[in-house]
Design a protein. Structure first.
Length: 337
């Protein structure tokens, strides 16, 4: 991991790997730092984020036949029903394809999953970054893919009905017509068959600002729900992103990520915590142990809501995100644990 200080004279397009790995985002005329998530460290510190939370693993996975991949999200519904998702490179075509593994209580097996980005060439790319299983017949996986025709990076939502994974239409507020268009989902939480949340980020086609993205599933379709953007929405240097989400009920959900002010002097990245009360998303104050000046970085990458008075969030801070952040919600405020 390293800082990205390369110059750019045009609008920067976040890479398809999304916030889970190296995702350059434009801040005026410089690249932002690598937003590399360290959810594994956070999970170890928390002792697990629960069945409805999503977190990155970064673990390399042997898939046989010379293939290798990585897992980005996991969700356990029971001791005999769990899902892990990510991506792998097809050794024959070079295409980046979605990866879905299922645990039946004894072993992990690969389950076929859609690849709307194509599977025939090295330019094809589809990836899954988050998963949430509500039951054996109800699970969601999210991520992004490169539209084979336009080159646009589009949001990806897959649904498991107990038999197979199927692509379900999801909003792309970042546009779908050119290679500079960007919409991506990184976290999902399924509370019931008629109540699920997915979060991520998109590039505003007009202002080029990177804005937070919150989608809600009502049992019929995914819809975009307004979410705060404390990092601003008026220029390409403005930045707000959501990475993890956890819904405890229809009136209690948390989403976490990071944002930065459009300050050409500091560019500090701060933790972002949003709460859903059944009506709207609101920003809630959260600690920034890495500081809020200079080139300080603070990122939250995972969250788990157990009740209205008990929730956990994890992430990292310092220039290389090697220091762990663990936050706890007691019903009144977030504090470091």
């Amino acid at each position: 991991m390293s800082d990205k200080n390369e110059q750019t004279s045009s609008r920067a397009r976040p890479s398809l790997t999304s916030a889970w790995t190296q995702r350059p985002l434009r801040r005026d005329r410089t690249w932002s730092r690598t937003l590399t998530l360290i959810a594994v460290t956070a999970i170890l510190a928390l002792g697990g984020l629960g069945t409805r939370s999503v977190a990155a693993s970064g673990r390399s996975l042997a898939l046989g036949s010379g293939r290798s991949g990585s897992l980005n999200g996991v969700s356990a519904n029971s001791a005999t029903d769990a899902w892990a998702v990510g991506a792998y490179t097809n050794p024959t075509t070079g295409a980046g394809e979605t990866l879905a593994l299922h645990w039946n209580g004894t072993s992990w097996t690969t389950v076929s999953s859609p690849n709307p980005g194509g599977t025939t060439s090295s330019s094809d790319n589809s990836t899954l970054t988050g998963v949430s299983a509500d039951s054996a017949t109800e699970a969601w996986a999210v991520g992004s893919y490169a539209n084979p025709t336009t080159g646009a990076t589009e949001s990806l939502a897959l649904h498991w009905n107990g038999t197979k994974w199927s692509k379900v239409a999801s909003p792309n507020p970042g546009g779908t017509t050119s290679s500079s268009d960007f919409s991506s989902l990184t976290g999902v939480s399924a509370n019931s068959a008629t109540d699920a949340w997915a979060v991520g980020a998109y590039s505003n086609p007009t202002t080029f600002a990177t804005e937070s993205l919150a989608l809600h599933w009502n049992g019929t379709k995914w819809s975009k729900v307004a979410s705060p953007n404390p990092g601003g929405t008026t220029s390409g240097s403005d930045f707000s992103t959501l990475i993890g989400v956890s819904a405890d009920s229809a009136t209690d959900a948390w989403a976490v990520g990071a944002y930065s002010y459009s300050n050409p002097t500091t560019y500090a990245e701060e933790t972002l915590v949003l709460h859903w009360n059944g009506t709207k998303w609101s920003k809630v104050a959260s600690p920034n142990p890495g500081g809020t000046s200079g080139n300080d970085i603070n990122v939250l990458s995972g969250v788990s809501a157990n009740s209205a008075t008990d929730a956990w969030a994890g992430g990292g801070y310092n220039p290389f995100l090697t220091a762990t952040i663990v936050l706890h919600w007691n019903g009144t405020s977030w504090s470091t644990a």
